[in-house]
Each structure stands twice: as structure tokens, then as C-alpha cells.
Ligand binder design. Structure first.
Ligand code: S3P
Length: 181
């Protein structure tokens, strides 16, 4: 059976759009942690950050992952900072094959620079903030993901197809390894 696929990656990497394509290709249900948090709290993400603070948002992310563990047949898109907590990294692995959706830094920034929905970038110099966060996060995405897919020159659909092929291969390898041990 096709495994769950979990998409991690920086803001602008296209997790939600690519996740929807993956859902259409596989028939898996699409879930998005930011969306679930918005529904749970009836608040926008920027509002959660400004009124409750980032730590409260991170707690909500963990809560949502705990609720999802054990669910089959899903494609899960996650917020860019979900990998910051060790507990979350473990939960992501329990949920499915973890794919790091990546692209060139400038491309990522261009994709998100037109909207103000990212509370972490509401700073005096969003480009510099983006750069610093990007550098801090790279090693964390790297150590968390089963593999990295670069979407810089791909459409969302092409990226989704590439992820699907990679996820099937990884899940076969994981299965073979566990049945041989
Ligand atoms: C965040 C990324 C956002 C959202 C929140 C925090 C981050 O999601 O979860 O603003 O820490 O990088 P996207 O990655 O979908 O933009």
C-alpha cells in the first residue's frame, strides 16, 4: 500500500500546492497542519503569533501531529518550523515518508515576498530574516527528511510526480530492510 507522505521545507517551497497535486495523484487525503491549527483555534496564524506567541503555536503543531499519528492514506503538508522540535521530528517519522521540498533561496523568497501571512517575516528587513532562518533550518530539514526534492525548475505537478516516485522507492527500501532484519 502507498505510504503516507509528509512534506517539510521552508516557507515558499510549495508544500501546500504540491501536496494537493500529490493527493489528486494518489487518492490520499490532503491535510495541512497550518490549516488544521486555523480551524482548531479559529484564528489566523499571524494572530496566533501576535496574541499567544510562537511557543504556543509550536505546541499546537505538536498537538496536531499527535492527533494525526496512526492515520493512513494521507498527504501531510506542514508549517516550515515544525521540524524545530525533536518531538515533532519523531512524530513526522511515525506518520510517513518525510520529503524535504526545497528550492533556491532567492526563488523561495520571491514566491512569498508578495504576501504578509508569515509572522516570522514581519521584521524591518524580511530578506535578512529570511536568509538567517534559511541557514538555521537547512541542517534540520536535512537530518529530518528521508530525501530532498529540488523544485526550483519544476512545476508543482512535476514536483509531485517526482516525490511520488521517491516515496515509493524509499518505502520499499524501508520495508525490505525491516523484513530482512
Ligand atoms: C512558519 C511557516 C509557516 C507557518 C508559520 C511559521 C515557520 O508555514 O507555519 O508562519 O516557522 O517557518 P509555511 O511554511 O507554509 O509558510
Amino acid at each position: 500500500m502507498l505510504p503516507n507522505i509528509v512534506l517539510i521545507g521552508f516557507m515558499g517551497s510549495g508544500k501546500t500546492s504540491v501536496g494537493r497535486h500529490l493527493s489528486a495523484l494518489t487518492g490520499h487525503r490532503f491535510l495541512d497542519t497550518d490549516q488544521i491549527i486555523r480551524e482548531k483555534t479559529k484564528m489566523e496564524i499571524t494572530e496566533i503569533f501576535s496574541t499567544l506567541g510562537e511557543e504556543a503555536f509550536r505546541k499546537l503543531e505538536t498537538e496536531v501531529l499527535n492527533e494525526i499519528v496512526g492515520t493512513c492514506g494521507i498527504i501531510l503538508a506542514t508549517g516550515g518550523g515544525i521540524v524545530l522540535r525533536e518531538q515533532n521530528r519523531q512524530l513526522l517519522h511515525q506518520i510517513g515518508i518525510v520529503i524535504w521540498l526545497d528550492a533556491q533561496e532567492e526563488v523561495l523568497f520571491q514566491r512569498i515576498s508578495h504576501n504578509r501571512k508569515r509572522p516570522l517575516l514581519l521584521t524591518e528587513n524580511p530578506r535578512a530574516t529570511f536568509h538567517n532562518l534559511f541557514l538555521q533550518r537547512l541542517p534540520i530539514y536535512q537530518k529530518t527528511a528521508h530525501t530532498r526534492i529540488d523544485s526550483t525548475h519544476l512545476t508543482h505537478l512535476e514536483t509531485a510526480k517526482k516525490i511520488l516516485t521517491a516515496a515509493i522507492k524509499i518505502s520499499k527500501n524501508l520495508y525490505n530492510r525491516s523484513s530482512n532484519s
